[in-house]
Ligand binder design. Structure first.
Ligand code: TPP
Ligand code: MG
Length: 313
């Protein structure tokens, strides 16, 4: 788990470092500070489980085992990228690791995840249940909860007992607007429970707690008992989009960040390891990231003829 936490943190720090050079051709929504959610959720999953992420998706992509070099190449707009350089940061995909393509349109990935869950359920019931027990984890932000399709999805998933784990990454903001100006009630889990879905909030982003709650939830989901819901409270350290900070822009204070810095799961989990083990992992992470950046830099851009290929299916 520390390896994954550190990989995501350092990869995104490198993205922030490279970004001003304009080599990265895509807007980037960084998850620095939110890594524990992706790792705590993806670590207990099976390799053949599916993950659906949002445009803030580097963390979920890497936590599920997405290829790091293909991610960097995608950010650089290169043909070796995981979306052939045509999607950029907001459209990471890795079907070899069962990572569904993401979308920039808030909330839209939730019903697509549901469609995948429905397909898994039907294959489960087929004569040769090759997908026995497979499930999907659907990540989305607190802003997605304001879309009507979120509630339609809760109802449909519960009614059909779909094998889906809903994961709301509640970082308190949709761009610059805090929850207090958007939600009539902050009791999200209670709202979800009225759909007959067990729901639980993890207030402190503790990666081990998230891991445990997900492991517990997966048991019922895999047995066909229907969906579960997690609200993971977290905090976005960087600006909404881009590599910088925005504590001076008036909508939040640096004071609000402080408890989350003290609760940094990357540092806390790293401190549980002995120094040699941690040093070995840190070294491995740095080598992997350097190799991924080199791969992206040396890869070609897509040929002009590719402009209209793989656009529609
Ligand atoms: C349907 C739709 N409405 C509005 C937007 C503009 N928009 C982009 S990101 C965003 C905030 C979403 O916040 P949240 O779901 O909490 O995710 P976070 O960025 O905090 O991870 C909005 C409103 C959009 N992309 N799609
Ligand atoms: Mg948010």
């Amino acid at each position: 788990m520390y390896y994954k936490l550190q990989l995501i943190r350092r990869a995104e720090e490198e993205i922030a470092r490279i970004y001003p050079s304009d080599k990265i051709k895509s807007p980037v929504h960084l998850s620095i500070g939110q890594e524990a959610v992706a790792v705590g959720v993806c670590d207990p999953l099976r390799p053949d489980d599916v993950v659906s992420a949002s445009y803030r998706g580097h963390a979920a992509y890497l936590a599920k085992g997405g290829n790091l070099a293909a991610m960097f190449a995608e950010l650089y707009g290169k043909s070796t990228g995981c979306s052939r350089g045509k999607g950029g940061s907001m459209h990471l995909v890795g079907m070899d690791r069962h990572i569904l393509g993401a979308s920039a349109v808030v909330g839209t990935t939730i019903p697509i995840a549901l469609g995948y869950a429905l397909a898994l359920q039907r294959e489960n019931k087929g004569r040769q249940p090759k997908n026995k027990g497979r499930m999907i984890a659907a990540f989305f932000g607190d802003g997605a909860v304001e879309e009507g399709v979120f509630y339609e999805s809760l109802n449909f998933a519960s009614l059909q007992k779909l094998p889906v784990l809903f994961v709301c990454e509640n970082n308190g903001y949709a761009i610059h607007t805090p929850l207090s100006k958007r939600w009539a009630s902050s009791r999200l889990c209670e709202r979800v429970e009225t759909f007959g879905i067990p729901a639980c909030q993890i207030p402190d982003s503790n990666v081990l707690t998230i891991w445990e709650k997900v492991s517990d939830a997966c048991v019922g989901i895999r047995q066909g008992r229907g969906p579960a819901f997690l609200e993971c409270m977290t905090y976005r350290w960087k600006e909404h989009v881009g590599p910088g900070e925005d504590y001076e822009s008036g909508y939040r204070t640096r004071e609000e960040l402080r408890p989350w810095l003290e609760n940094d799961q990357v540092r806390i989990i790293g401190a549980l390891l002995d120094k040699t083990a941690k040093g070995r992992i840190d070294g491995e992470v740095e080598r992997e990231i350097a190799a991924a950046i080199e791969f992206a830099e040396n890869s070609p851009f897509p040929a002009p003829a590719e402009l209209s290929t793989h656009v529609y299916a």
